[in-house]
Design a protein. Sequence first.
Length: 72
Amino acid sequence: MSLWSSYRNLSSRTRLFFGLGLMAWAGIGLRTSPQVEDTLGMVPTQQEQDELDRKLSLRISRVDKEANHDRP
């Protein structure tokens, strides 16, 4: 049996609590990740942060696709 069919076989109330539990776990992870990074010494240096900002500020340009009128 696949994972999806196993999930679908659960009662709707169980699926609801499972979904709420996943959202709570994700929220806890988002809330506590800065403290965990500080504790483990994974805070980026200023040089790493500047490099990331530079890479994220690159512009994305749109390229129009040439019309191919030979196709039906």
